[in-house]
Design a protein around this ligand. Structure first.
Ligand code: ATP
Ligand code: MG
Length: 550
């Protein structure tokens, strides 16, 4: 990406110092997702940070799939992750899979064993947990801890050769069961798992644990600055221990930063997967989800997401970011880019009784009043229109300035109309509003004779085209989401409306974005739109209480 300037943050400062001091000539960063789900906006924070730093300092940024756990990982996820990173606007310098390093990781484990720094343990998972101790109590050493190097080498090789059952043995680092840092209490580094891997098939039946694999992956690739989220801070001593004891040539530096959390949504892949698997949402790309694919389908642009990630910045303490801040950035991005058109989401018919029957005319309308470059269009107008049901009241409330018997409003891009009458059906529902229009008040003619307090939108009933509008609200009712989020789902997070759009909108294509007058920004949905009917996702409404702090 050209001309990236990363806002100053403590990680950027470290990099500047490392380049200045000559510690590194070139930086190498990486984005290391586990392919066990779709990416979310939290990942975007990490992607933007790693790739922007790589770009600004003319370094290298790798894409690396951390695929060391064959139980949860799938090719579908690998594919979607690549797509999402590219869509966000980034190109990796190298594409790597942690599973490509399984042989080297295995050999480095043998280095540990030979140095007396790793042993094969036969405690069960429960026993290991029991022996580990607590924050206030030291752990207990495993009875298998003092096996001879020869025995460990032999057992580890046989683990690899598939001689033992899942869970019967593990390889553990031999560090310090009394360490105040529980991560250092002889952590497991390999487990037996007779499970097919999406990349290596059945070649391996032992798999490395994250804490062991990750530092080695970084070191193998020569990563200079390994950026991860805060919960790994306590793992850093172990990270450094593996790099050193495995005698890695390159020494990466792990630096932790705060995770992104957003209000009224869930962020972890585990929780997102629950929503998908329980059919609470319509797949990983449901427009209500904070997944990259969901945001894309909702209508967010890569620019808006990148700008949001840059604005929230990078800090050392976790915090909850207001979802409205993300909405702010898509409004900013689309404000001058998206054409502004008219659609009626909840229609009621309006008849202009003094407009000649059978006739119609074409009116001029700007495509975006704030951006002349988007040009103008003609919209048809005739005796029968649709307006929003809520733009008429039989008995107006105080301060209601839209249509009611005796009141006059402006029809956007057209004329003033005055309500004279309305028609009810047998059930008492209003089905038609009768108005007269004043030909002198045509938009664009500079009419100054009198004023009206309200401008409403409309579509010409003769040419309007039916369309579906999907209106979204927060998926989760609580701002700050806890583990019982499934009990906290907002049942009204999706409302589907069938209305009409102005004729010109029929040329819109999937993923095209428009501002619909008074309703907000909309995206043409790629999943439900058909040849016959456009389906629109509302990205955001027009107004917000949110203000960016300067
Ligand atoms: P999840 O809990 O959602 O599965 P994860 O951290 O396990 O997240 P990974 O696939 O391991 O997901 O993450 C890839 C990278 O993205 C890591 O470097 C991780 O630190 C970063 N990352 C994940 N979630 C966030 C977040 N909410 N904010 C910032 N960075 C994140
Ligand atoms: Mg994970």
């Amino acid at each position: 990406m050209s001309e990236v300037k990363v806002p100053q943050n403590f990680i950027k400062t470290i990099i500047e110092e490392d380049l200045e001091s000559g510690k590194h000539d070139e930086i190498i960063t990486r984005f290391p997702p586990e392919p066990n789900g779709y990416l979310h906006i939290g990942h975007a924070k990490s992607i933007v940070l790693n790739f922007d730093l790589g770009d600004e300092f003319k370094g290298i940024t790798n894409m690396r799939f951390d695929d060391t756990n064959p139980c949860k990982e799938e090719i579908e996820y690998v594919k979607s992750i690549k797509e999402d990173v590219n869509w966000l606007g980034y190109e990796w310098d190298n594409l790597f899979f942690a599973s490509d390093y399984f042989q080297e990781m295995y050999e480095r484990a043998i280095v540990l064993i030979k140095k007396g720094k790793a042993f094969v343990c036969e405690l069960t998972a429960d026993e290991i947990r029991e022996y580990r101790g607590t924050l206030t109590e030291a752990g207990k050493e495993s009875p298998y801890r003092n096996r001879s190097i020869e025995e460990n080498l032999d057992l580890f090789e046989r683990m690899k050769n598939g001689e033992f059952e899942d869970g019967s043995k593990v390889l553990r680092a031999k560090i310090d069961m009394a360490s105040s840092n529980i991560n250092m209490r002889d952590p497991v580094i390999y487990r037996i798992l007779h499970e097919s891997h999406h990349n290596t098939g059945d070649e391996w039946c032992i798999y490395p644990m994250y804490d062991y694999a990750h530092p080695l992956e970084d070191a193998i690739e020569g990563i200079t600055h390994s950026l991860c989220t805060l919960e790994f801070e306590d793992h850093r001593p172990l990270y450094n221990w593996f790099v050193e004891e495995c005698e890695m040539e390159n020494i990466p530096r792990q630096i932790e930063f705060a995770r992104l959390n957003l209000t009224n949504t869930v962020m972890s892949k585990r929780k997102l997967k629950q929503l998908v698997d329980n059919n609470i949402v319509d797949g990983w790309d449901d427009p209500r989800l904070p997944t990259i694919s969901g945001l894309r389908r909702r209508g967010y642009t890569p620019e808006s997401i990148r700008n949001f990630c840059r604005e929230i910045g990078v800090a050392k303490n976790n915090s909850l970011v207001d979802s409205q801040m993300l909405e702010y950035f898509i409004r900013e991005d689309l404000k001058n880019k998206a054409p502004r058109m008219m659609a009626v989401i909840d229609p009621i018919k309006l008849v202009i009784t003094n407009y000649p029957e059978g006739e119609s005319e074409l009116l001029d309308a700007n495509n975006n009043d704030d951006n002349e470059e988007l040009g103008s269009r003609k919209i048809s107008f005739s005796r029968e229109l649709y307006i929003e049901r809520e733009d008429f009241m039989e008995e107006p409330l105080p301060k209601y300035h839209r249509l009611y018997p005796g009141n006059e409003v402006r029809l956007k891009n057209a004329y003033f109309v005055k309500c004279n009458d309305f028609v009810k059906d047998d059930n008492g529902n209003i089905v038609e509003i009768h108005c007269t229009y004043d030909i002198e008040t045509k938009s664009g003619t500079g009419f100054k004779g009198r004023k009206v307090k309200s401008t409403i939108h409309w579509v010409d009933a003769k040419t309007a085209i039916p369309a579906e509008f999907r209106l979204y609200d927060n998926l989760i009712e609580d701002e700050d989401v806890s583990d019982d989020f499934l009990e906290n789902i907002n049942k009204d997070s999706l409302v589907i409306k069938n209305g009409f759009m102005e004729e010109g909108m029929k040329s819109l294509k999937i993923q095209d974005k428009v501002q619909l007058f008074r309703h907000g920004y909309f995206n043409v949905d790629p999943k439900f739109t058909t040849e016959d009917k456009l389906v629109f996702n509302r990205i955001v409404s027009l107004k917000s209480r949110f203000r960016l702090k300067k």
